[in-house]
Design a protein around this ligand. Structure first.
Ligand code: KG4
Ligand code: ZN
Length: 355
């Protein structure tokens, strides 16, 4: 089955066409992403009103291009999926309403996809990753360790008590005078910095739970930056490297705790999976590789372009849900907040199971 996916929850306007074959494997037929980074750069972060307007302007063209690149037309797709949350509500409304219009006119199924679920299922688009697996979801708005037991079936093992991991990267970039979005810039700066120069805290290290906290680390970066101001180029690089290393140490420790909690509750995970924009960070990917080896499990991380927000993961989550008989009515609501453990699972859809 061929599914069109639409993503508009934050600052990327994206559409993609994905195929799910009967054996459960997937293929990306097209994947078009338009970043709004330029529109928001002057403000140092995403401005919701600007984001929503930019989605309205761009979405039709992005969808047309995604269909064209895939060699498809609206008449030849089998279903349409849109991210229905969580995210900035203005943007979510734009994407979901567009998907509803397509579903209505074409009389094809609509799937209202949870953006976090889409990140979480994205590794199954690029290879065979059976359930259950341990997911590290690391994005601009979320930091979670999740047991993925099946499509729609998620149990959160750990989460952040304050800032999200991507947010910590973005705020650190801002504190040391770098641009937006901060993650990729901090990563680049860190490559030429000395990670041992600043003794930054490692919040939550050694705790038995699998939760995270990043606000203390961010404050420590701010205090160091103030202490040595004005910052030279080397100071900036050293601060970025020290910050990134602290994040990596924390993530490594928290994933150990998460995997310890996973096994007795859900059995041996088939893999450690990382997804979300921060999972495109190369130093973090290398650290996760070491965690997986020590934990004797397989590491699966989608390529960077599938870690940051994109339409292919939305289309794929739509296809996976459709294959389980999960579709949504045309009056489904967009949601600014939508915890992963509240998405519907196949056992919640009796009509689908009957058909
Ligand atoms: O998943 P995503 O594209 O959007 C959300 O759902 O939030 O994640 C965006 C976040 C931003 O905070 C961005 O700075 C961060 O991912 N990010 C990175 C890298 N690339 C993107 N953080 C660290 N290193 C990177 N290379
Ligand atoms: Zn995301």
């Amino acid at each position: 089955m061929v599914v069109l996916g639409i993503e508009t929850t934050c600052d990327e306007t994206a559409a993609a066409v994905v195929e799910r074959r009967p054996d459960g494997s997937g293929a990306i037929l097209s994947n078009v992403v338009r970043s709004q980074a330029k529109e928001h750069a002057a403000f140092g972060g995403v401005v919701p009103e600007i984001a929503a307007r930019a989605h309205v302007e761009a979405l039709d063209k992005i969808i047309s291009r995604a269909l064209m690149n895939a060699g498809h037309r609206l008449e030849t797709i089998d279903a349409v999926a849109a991210a229905a949350g969580p995210g900035l509500i203005g943007g979510v409304i734009v994407g979901l309403t567009t998907a509803k219009a397509i579903a209505l006119v074409r009389r094809i199924p609509l799937i209202a996809v949870n953006h976090l679920e889409a990140h979480g299922l994205s590794p199954r688009l690029i290879g065979s990753v059976p359930f259950p697996y341990c997911l590290f979801l690391a994005s601009g708005g979320h930091t979670q360790i999740v047991a993925v037991r099946g499509v729609g079936d998620y149990v959160r093992i750990g989460t952040t008590l304050d800032d999200a991991i991507g947010e910590a990267f973005d705020k650190t970039a801002k504190l040391v005078g770098l641009g937006y979005p901060g993650g990729p810039i901090v990563e680049r700066e860190a490559e030429r910095g000395n990670a041992a120069r600043f003794a930054l805290p490692r919040p939550m290290l050694g705790r038995a739970d699998a939760d995270f906290s990043f606000s203390g680390l961010k404050t420590a970066v701010r205090l160091e930056a103030q202490r040595i101001a004005p910052l030279s180029e080397q100071d900036v690089a050293d601060l970025c490297a020290s910050f990134q290393q602290a994040v990596i140490d924390v993530v490594t420790d928290r994933l150990w705790a998460g995997l310890e909690m996973f096994r007795p509750l859900f059995g041996t995970p088939t893999a450690l999976v990382a997804a979300g924009g921060v999972a495109s960070n190369r130093a973090l990917r290398a650290a996760l590789h070491r965690v997986a080896i020590e934990a004797r499990t397989v590491l699966v991380i989608p390529p960077p372009e599938l870690c940051t927000d994109n339409g292919a993961m939305i289309a794929w989550a739509g296809a996976e849900r459709l294959a389980c008989g999960l579709t949504d009515p045309l009056d489904v609501s967009p949601r600014a907040r939508w915890p992963l453990d509240l998405v519907t699972k196949p056992s919640d859809a009796p009509s689908a199971a009957d058909s």
